[in-house]
Design a binder for this molecule. Structure first.
Ligand SMILES: NC(=O)c1ccc[n+]([C@@H]2O[C@H](COP(=O)([O-])OP(=O)(O)OC[C@H]3O[C@@H](n4cnc5c(N)ncnc54)[C@H](O)[C@@H]3O)[C@@H](O)[C@H]2O)c1
Length: 377
């Protein structure tokens, strides 16, 4: 087993948030950066105290010394680039979504299986303080029976790069869907969804998507159900990537805004002679979670002043705790699983189910709520 992984990081907008983490990870050897905007690669290398810069993407694929590639490029490039990385015999991590069609998900899954290398979908919500806390609550049996799950992602995309304009909301539903799948202990098997609202003709044209908002009910293989709502355009709602878990003994509900601490509600039997069980709700600040990370990365999980809506601004001030502390965990999981030759936690099977559930939800919304079965990958 190699003791160091040589990594290339490709796409340095949001991707720039990961550069310093790779640089400081004790099991990363050489770090190579690439962005079609070379000046951005140079600035990023300077900010983190040095890294190699590739002249183009193909040079990374051809370089036998590079073991693994993390893609943080625009959404329409994810499928093509992920398949190319795997076909070049390298481990591949890719930001969300995995792809925007079932055909492209299949292509990545096949490339992964042929290559024998790792594929990891870098889903931030599965390493937030909130998710890790909910996961512990589940392990400790504090929810009782999980009865139903919810997810939400409200974000206005005005002014974002062109490929976002008119994107079907559930094509990027992963932040609302992923925590539900991971906590269900199952996979999403079926979906019914509706689109709602209207938006400007310009937005409708690009993807033939008429909906600014989509809401879906997902049926899990184990019988559980989950509901998710995703808004992208012309909908006034403060930003939130929320997770809601309702159990027979306790529930966890995300705060109103993305940075608000969650509410934990417990249910006790009715008091003598009264109707209805007794609920008690506490606003619960989340503990930071870094004990399973190399010490050199701990500082990347805190810092609070990271702005997920404008990561490029946060990077200028050196903010560390992006997406509720998740970035360092994602890097560590990708690096350590690749080095050990084990499956990463968000492998091609989990990534495919989360992403395909969103693609099928949009399909259902276009068919006015008809059931769509999510293929098994
Ligand atoms: N929480 C999350 O997981 C999260 C948050 C934000 C963005 N994202 C994802 O990250 C990706 C990037 O987001 P962003 O906001 O930085 O996007 P962006 O479009 O603003 O920037 C992408 C970067 O990639 C570069 N690029 C474009 N084409 C390239 C190519 N062929 N090769 C290499 N680099 C190329 C661009 O120059 C730019 O610097 C998107 O796919 C988005 O879905 C995920």
């Amino acid at each position: 087993m190699k003791d160091k992984l040589n990594v290339a990081l490709v796409g340095l907008g949001f991707g720039g948030a990961f550069a310093g983490i790779y640089r400081e990870h004790p099991s990363v050897g050489e770090l190579t950066l690439f962005d079609v905007d070379r000046s951005l690669a140079e600035k990023t290398a300077a900010r983190i105290g040095g890294a190699g810069i590739a002249p183009d993407f193909e040079a990374i694929l051809r370089d036998p010394s590079i073991d693994a590639v993390h893609l943080v490029t625009p959404i329409p490039l994810h499928a093509e680039q992920s398949a190319a990385v795997l076909e070049a015999g390298k481990h591949c991590a890719c930001t969300v979504p995995m792809a925007t069609s079932l055909r492209d998900i299949r292509r990545i899954v096949e490339a992964k299986r042929k290559s024998g290398k790792n594929y990891m979908m870098m889903e931030t919500t599965l390493y937030t303080y909130q998710f890790l806390y909910a996961e512990r609550m589940k392990t400790e049996g504090r929810f009782g029976k999980i009865q139903v799950l919810r997810g939400s992602h409200y974000q206005d995309m005005a002014g974002w790069p062109d490929y976002w304009m008119g994107l079907p909301p559930m094509w990027y539903g992963t932040h609302a869907i992923a925590p539900m799948v991971a906590l269900s202990g199952s996979r999403i098997a079926r979906v019914h969804a509706f689109g709602s609202g209207t938006m400007s003709e310009e937005l409708v044209r690009r993807y033939g998507n008429p909906f600014p908002v989509e809401t879906a009910i997902f049926a899990f293989e184990n019988g559980l159900k989950g509901e998710a709502t995703r808004s992208l355009f012309e909908t006034a709602r403060t930003y939130q990537e929320g997770m809601f878990v309702y159990g027979s003994d306790a529930s966890l509900e995300w705060g109103f805004a993305d940075n608000d601490p969650p509410l934990i509600t417990t249910l006790a039997p009715p008091r003598e002679g009264r109707r209805g069980g007794v609920t008690e709700t506490t606003v619960t600040p989340m503990p930071n979670d870094y004990s399973d990370l190399p010490e050199a990365l701990w500082h990347f999980t805190v810092g609070g002043n990271f702005d997920p809506l404008n990561p490029q601004e946060s990077l200028k001030t050196g903010a560390g705790g992006g997406h509720h502390g998740s970035h360092a965990h994602l890097v560590h999981e990708f690096v350590s699983s690749s080095l050990c030759g084990r499956r990463p936690r968000i492998d091609e099977i989990l990534g495919a189910n989360i992403t395909a559930a969103g693609i099928c939800a949009h399909e259902s919304a276009l068919r006015d709520g008809e059931e769509v079965v999510i293929p098994v990958f």
